[in-house]
Ligand binder design. Structure first.
Ligand SMILES: Cc1cc2nc3c(=O)[nH]c(=O)nc-3n(C[C@H](O)[C@H](O)[C@H](O)COP(=O)(O)OP(=O)(O)OC[C@H]3O[C@@H](n4cnc5c(N)ncnc54)[C@H](O)[C@@H]3O)c2cc1C
Length: 322
């Protein structure tokens, strides 16, 4: 059995949930088994996960599960896995997935791999999965020989595909332990796609000189419908909020387009962004290391280039009729 945790936010499924279910379905096909999805907390439209390949959806409709408590989530998933035989648990490589992976691996005595970005394979009966390592400079292959396995899937690395029809939703009748952590307040960034799910990202660094200059970055992001990000020193200096910090010690992202403005391209920054499908670099220094990782580069002063890019994008949108 392949069991996929389908994440929600405010009762709606995240894009990552559909990616994980599609990935789970393909993994189940490979193993000759079924894929089931697990939904925890209040959510509507759970049956829709069937379209992405879940033969069955387990839904624990309990409002106490609306916010992650990794001990409680681990207990529920472990109890459910205990009822199934030899399970591959698939999580999204989100903050939720990251907090669950290690706990689940211990609880289930399972081999685990965090941040996979391609489908597993089975060679001579051995389950193998690959993931990028050393800041994306190499690919490592892992062999998981334990009956239970836990994987977390990098966001934006697997396209959701419709393969079936809505599934039946059932209550798996697992016990929901009492929380030991009390959630007092939840603060969410509203109105924009969160960075791990963003397909378009406009990011800026110390070349911006100060927080007062970020208007041009925000305007470009706004006309493109992109999410903003930043380098670490910028977040450390409080020029931008910490949730925008990408890189080795920040969020690792994999958007379709990453525009890097006034960022040098240090290895620690690249570690979080070099899996982006297309990278555009704007930097006045032609020797900036980021150009080596770029698909397109503009050597120039960002204070001239960025407003021109925004104007060109606006013109393009107007010509396309909106
Ligand atoms: C353990 C460790 C972990 C780290 N983790 C991270 C991490 O997760 N993420 C991260 O980002 N960093 C991380 N760092 C820091 C990293 O090493 C770099 O110091 C940092 O990424 C540099 O940020 P920057 O590119 O914004 O600034 P800088 O290196 O100062 O680069 C600024 C760039 O802007 C360009 N520029 C200046 N003015 C203009 C202009 N007018 N027009 C166009 N271009 C201009 C410059 O040519 C330069 O290339 C980490 C470091 C360590 C030691």
């Amino acid at each position: 059995m392949v069991l996929v945790l389908a994440e929600t936010t405010k009762g709606k499924f995240k894009k990552a949930a559909f990616e994980a279910v599609s990935y789970g379905y393909q993994t189940a096909q490979l193993l000759g088994t079924e894929c089931a999805a697990l939904v925890l907390g209040t959510a509507s439209g759970a049956e829709e996960l069937g379209k992405y390949g879940a033969a069955k959806v387990y839904h624990v409709q309990d409002a106490s599960l609306d916010n992650l408590d990794s001990q409680v989530y681990t207990a529920i998933i472990s109890e459910l896995v205990g009822k199934l035989e030899g399970t591959v648990v698939i999580l999204s490589h989100s903050s939720t997935g990251k907090s669950l992976l290690g706990r689940l691996a211990v609880r289930l005595n399972a081999g685990s791999v965090a941040g996979v970005n391609s489908l597993p394979s089975v060679e001579a009966g051995v389950f193998k999965v690959r993931k990028p390592v050393f800041s994306g400079k190499a690919i490592s292959e892992f062999e998981l020989r334990s009956p239970n396995k836990v994987l977390s899937l990098m966001g934006n690395s697997y396209q959701p595909k419709i393969v079936g029809a809505p599934a039946t939703v059932e209550n798996p009748n697992v016990s929901v332990p009492a929380r030991r952590i009390k959630v007092k307040e939840v603060k969410r960034v509203e109105g924009i796609t969160p960075l791990p799910e963003a397909e378009l990202v406009v990011s800026a660094g110390r070349g911006m000189k100060g927080p007062e200059n970020w208007g041009i970055v925000e305007e470009l992001a706004q006309v493109m419908g992109a999410t903003t990000a930043c380098s670490r020193p910028v977040a450390d200096a409080d020029w931008r909020p910490h949730h925008e910090h990408v890189g080795q010690t920040g969020i690792a992202i994999r958007p379709n387009l990453y525009i890097a403005i006034g960022i040098s391209g240090a290895i620690q920054h690249l570690a979080g962004v070099n899996n982006s499908k297309t990278i555009v670099v704007i930097n006045k220094d032609p020797e900036a290391p980021f150009f080596k990782a770029a698909d397109y580069g503009v050597v120039g002063d960002l204070f001239e280039v960025v407003p021109k890019l925004t104007a060109a994008y606006k013109k393009f949108k107007a010509e396309q009729g909106g």
